[in-house]
Structures are given as structure tokens and as C-alpha cells.
Design a protein around this ligand. Structure first.
Ligand SMILES: [Zn+2]
Length: 557
């Protein structure tokens, strides 16, 4: 997620990206208007880099009637330098009861959604230490999850509580205290959620223990054995029933665990059986082993549409194919499978395994995952089908602000990171022109950056290096600028055909497939100065470019 509601509304209602364009125009306007609070939230300051988070134990009770939560989070960390003060994050509508260090309360201050703890002694570089934050309050209620964040308090059709958390973008500190920056992930985590008796909680990882508490609550302890980003940490509370299956994958036996509302059990069995194993087969083929075998693969029915909660994918697609029944590509290929199962699970590789260090690089999550849909189609119905779907995604592109967002202020880029990102990746594959190499690159990304957080340069640099082609100006143009490069053709007085690229990216150079009408495609590699089109017999009238796979403008002088 969260492929914009705006985006789907725009396509469904208007047939264009008009609403997305509005949103993107707003994004542009907002540039340069960031606040102190945005910096506290988005910047890796010394008060955050002084400690490396190793482990959280989040222990929270949900009083659903009062929409009230209370509990604690234990922070275990390694000091990366000597320090006495650090920052953690918790939305200011939630009360910090106390911060406890070595059995004693220590002083803290708050500045908006940031909190600062001062320790009684210097914590020395290299030492492993811990503190615990106790907190409570009425968390922000998400009115329109997953597009806004917070806690969803709904009822199922039988009137029983149906509760979920969702906080991508806004951040996990909307409901629990943590170091709320994408760059730092714990190595493992315990999530203990207490719920009124009769209900169940499903969180990430594996269920270790269920404890009946004296106050009428039941506590569910879930252990996550792998690094996890904060926004993936989830509480899902309902009258769930469970069913399971296994998948023999690249790393052996993978447990598949499904948690759904009891009255949807039969529908769920059918829909999950039809989609999950084909998805795992396609993605393990293209991206390598599912990254979290130790934590199992799960789908959890939620009162919102969906989210990539690691090893506990949120599912709210109403057991329909497509995106709530809708084909995002308009080609017919988009309704042959369940969009939420495929897309959100794609994030296990891109988003959860490989996580952008800064929200500005959310395209690392969404561009690759949106592209994974084309690869899923290719694995099931062939390459041409995948390309057709990918081409169809263009109708969702608005091209009015860059895909890369603003660094250090927790600001993601344009919603174009979904469809345009997917289209660009298909184009890069076309440039590389070697499907085995492309697959090696997809798998290599997941292996090289396994369970890591990454930057723009990490990802684009890796692809260029493995491809053996300098693609830096291609990524620069498509990710940092809103406009498309234009291939301009002209002719000399003696009728020789010339071409060049017009682009904003410095020294833009992109190989492109062209042919003389009726002939075979061949690559030419224009730069920004006019050079002859090295293709026998080519004229302005008979030259064709591979517009199925290239997303460019063309200008004939
Ligand atoms: Zn997504």
C-alpha cells in the first residue's frame, strides 16, 4: 500500500489522473514549507543516531469500549557513541506515564511528537543498554485507513469488535513509542497485545504464548525473529478463525497461516488457495526466497483494504479479484488475480526485506512492488501479458511531481511512484535486454540488501553495476523530474536522419529500441547532442520506436 485512494478514484470516476494531479500540485506547493516538527520526525539527528535499536518488547492493552490503549515499550539498544540524551517518538496526544532506566524513573521532555530522555550517567559507545517507556491514551482514530493512520475501531457484520492498526507514512509513533525513523530497524521484536476475552490478536511473526489475564483480558505474545520496520508492526483484533497450509519453497517448508472472520472462512479458503501459492512461486522465481521463513507467511483479514505488515499482510479486498474488483490496467489482466494478495505480498521483498532509509525513497517500496504485479502476470500468463498490463498502468500516471520525495522531513514523493515506477522498471529491463540478467538483478537486490535499509544510490547503483550499463541519468530523469525525456528527430539538408534526447537530467543518455517500419528493433544510444541514427534506411516517415516498453516523448522536427 497505499496505492492512492485518490488514484483509484481518479481512474474510476474521471478516467484521468485529475485528482492525483491536485494532490501532487499540493505536494509541490508544500516544498519549502516544512516545519521544526517535520525535521524532528524525519531527520536522523545525533540524538537518534547515538543509539542503534536492537530489540523492542511492545506490550499494549486495548480497551476497545473506551478506544483506549495503555502499556509499555522496552527499548534495547547499542550505543554508537557516548551520550546522555536521546530522542524517541510518540504522538503528543498519548501520555508518557514514565520512562524507566535501571529500575528508576528518569526525566524526559516533549516537543510535539518527539520525546527526549536524559540518563543519569553517560552511556558509553559500544555498550548495550535498555530503557522502558510507559504510556497510555486514546490513540488517533484512522477514519480512512490505510490512507490515514491510526487505529481502526470497527465492528464485523455480527457486531463484534474488528480493530486494526495502520500507520504507513505517518509513522508507528501514532500508536506506540519507538525510534520512528525508517533507517533503524530492530533485529527482533516481541509484540504482546492484550484484548478483551473472546477476541484474538494477530500480530507479526509467530504466536508464542496466549495468557488469560485476571482482569478479563487475554494476552497474545507474538515474536518476530527478523528485522522489521516500525510501520509494519501491527495489532489486528477480531473474533478470528485460523486455517493454515504449507508451501515448499526455495528455503524449504514455509508455513502459511490465515486469520479471517468466521463467516468468511469458505470464501477465504477459496480465494487464498487460488492466489497465494501462484504468488509465492512467481516472486520466489523473480526475487529469491521469501525473506521471512522464520516468521511464516500470513494473511490477516482487516477492516481496511490492505497493508504490507511484515509476515502478517493485511487483507481487506473482500475476496474479490482485481483491486476491489477493479482492473488497475484496464487491460483485463488485472482482474485475473487478487490485487491485495499479490501487491501487499510483493512488499515482503520490496519494502520489508529492502526498506528505504528515508520516506523520500518510498519508491523503493512502491515502484518495485507495483512492478512485481507485471512479473506475477508474466509468470502466469507470459511475458507479453505482463508487458501489456505494465503498459496499461500508464493511465494512472500524472507526471506532475517527482517520484523521489523530500529528504529528512518524512515526505514521500508523487503517487507516480506506483505506475510510473513500474513502467520505468520495465523500461530498464528492456534497455538491459537480457531477461536472465534482469532476474539476477532482481534476486541480487534482495540478496545483497537482505534485511537492510537502503538509499537511492544503493539501488540505482547496484542495477547499473550489474547491468554493465550506466543508467544513472535514466534513473535521475525519471525519479527526480516530473517530465519525460523527449527523443527529437531531425534531418540534415542531405536527408540524413539525426536524433537527440531532450531531458533535464545531466548528460542524459538512454539506449532505445527503434526500427524501420516492418523491420527488426535495434538499439541506438543517442545523447543530448544530435547524432546520426545508425539504422539503415531510416527516415522520419518510416522510423518507429518501441513505445510499448519505452515511456518517452517523441518530437519530429
Ligand atoms: Zn504498496
Amino acid at each position: 500500500m497505499k496505492i492512492k485512494q485518490l488514484y483509484i478514484a481518479a481512474i474510476a470516476l474521471l478516467g484521468t489522473g485529475a485528482l492525483t494531479q491536485q494532490a501532487n500540485a499540493q505536494l509541490l506547493e508544500e516544498k519549502g514549507k516544512f516545519t521544526h516538527a517535520d525535521t524532528l520526525r524525519g531527520m536522523l539527528t545525533p540524538l537518534r543516531t547515538c543509539y542503534d535499536i536492537n530489540y523492542y518488547h511492545l506490550d499494549v492493552k486495548f480497551d476497545i469500549d473506551k478506544k483506549f490503549i495503555s502499556g509499555s515499550n522496552q527499548f534495547k539498544f547499542t550505543a554508537t557513541e557516548d551520550f546522555t540524551k536521546l530522542q524517541f517518538d510518540l504522538f503528543d496526544n498519548l501520555k508518557i506515564e514514565k520512562v524507566v532506566y535501571k529500575g528508576k524513573e528518569v526525566p524526559f521532555t516533549r516537543d510535539g511528537n518527539a520525546a527526549f530522555v536524559t540518563f543519569p550517567q553517560t552511556i558509553s559507545k559500544g555498550s548495550r543498554d535498555e530503557f522502558t517507556v510507559y504510556y497510555s491514551g486514546n490513540p488517533t482514530i484512522a477514519k480512512n485507513a490505510p490512507w490515514d493512520g491510526g487505529v481502526v475501531f470497527k465492528k464485523d457484520s455480527l457486531g463484534k469488535p474488528f480493530v486494526a492498526t495502520a500507520c504507513e507514512g505517518v509513522g508507528a509513533s501514532i500508536w506506540w513509542p519507538n525510534k520512528d525513523h525508517l533507517a533503524d530497524e530492530v533485529d527482533s521484536m516481541m509484540i504482546s497485545i492484550s484484548v478483551p476475552k473472546g477476541l484474538k490478536d494477530v500480530s507479526n511473526g509467530r504466536l508464542r504464548k496466549v495468557t488469560q489475564l485476571r482482569d478479563g483480558y487475554t494476552r497474545f505474545d507474538w515474536f518476530v525473529a527478523n528485522p522489521i520496520n516500525n510501520y509494519d508492526v501491527v495489532a489486528n483484533i477480531a473474533d478470528y478463525v485460523h486455517f493454515g497450509d504449507t508451501y515448499m519453497g526455495e528455503k524449504g517448508k514455509l508455513n502459511l497461516d490465515y486469520w479471517v472472520l468466521p463467516y468468511n472462512l469458505e470464501k477465504a479458503k477459496k480465494q487464498f488457495a487460488a492466489n497465494v501459492k501462484p504468488m509465492l512461486k512467481a516472486f520466489e522465481h523473480w526475487f529469491g526466497p521469501y525473506p521471512f521463513y522464520e516468521d511464516s507467511y500470513k494473511l490477516v483479514e482487516t477492516p481496511h483494504l490492505g497493508m504490507e505488515h511484515q509476515s502478517a499482510t493485511a487483507y481487506g479486498n473482500k475476496y474479490l479479484n482485481g483491486y476491489l474488483g477493479y482492473d488497475m490496467s484496464g487491460t483485463g489482466w488485472g482482474t485475473k488475480w487478487d490485487y491485495i494478495i499479490v501487491h501487499e505480498s510483493g512488499h515482503e521483498w520490496f519494502g520489508n526485506n529492502i526498506t528505504g532509509k528515508d520516506l523520500a525513497d518510498m519508491w523503493v517500496h512502491e515502484s518495485f512492488t507495483c512492478y512485481s504485479e507485471s512479473l506475477f502476470i508474466e509468470d502466469n500468463w507470459g511475458k507479453a501479458a505482463g508487458q501489456e498490463y505494465n503498459f496499461g498502468l500508464r493511465k494512472g500516471i500524472s507526471n506532475d511531481s517527482p517520484i523521489v520525495g523530500v529528504y529528512n522531513v518524512n515526505k514521500e514523493g508523487s503517487g507516480d511512484m506506483y505506475p510510473k515506477g513500474a513502467v520505468v522498471l520495465n523500461m530498464v529491463r528492456t534497455i538491459i535486454n537480457d531477461d536472465e540478467k534482469w532476474r539476477d538483478i532482481m534476486r541480487g537486490l534482495n540478496k545483497t540488501f537482505y534485511h537492510q535499509t537502503v538509499t537511492y544510490d544503493d539501488i540505482t547503483g547496484y542495477i547499473s553495476k550489474q547491468a554493465g550499463i550506466d543508467l544513472s541519468s535514466v534513473f535521475d530523469q525519471y525519479l527526480h523530474y516530473k517530465t519525460l525525456p523527449v527523443l527529437e528527430f531531425t534531418k540534415t539538408p542531405d536527408n540524413r536522419l539525426l536524433c537527440r534526447w531532450i531531458a533535464e537530467a545531466k548528460d542524459f543518455k538512454m539506449p532505445i529500441r527503434v526500427k524501420v517500419k516492418g523491420g527488426e528493433f535495434k538499439f541506438i544510444t543517442p545523447g543530448t547532442g544530435f547524432t546520426p541514427v545508425n539504422l539503415a534506411g531510416a527516415t522520419k516517415d518510416n522510423i518507429e520506436i518501441d513505445t510499448l516498453n519505452y515511456y518517452v516523448g517523441v518530437l519530429m522536427d
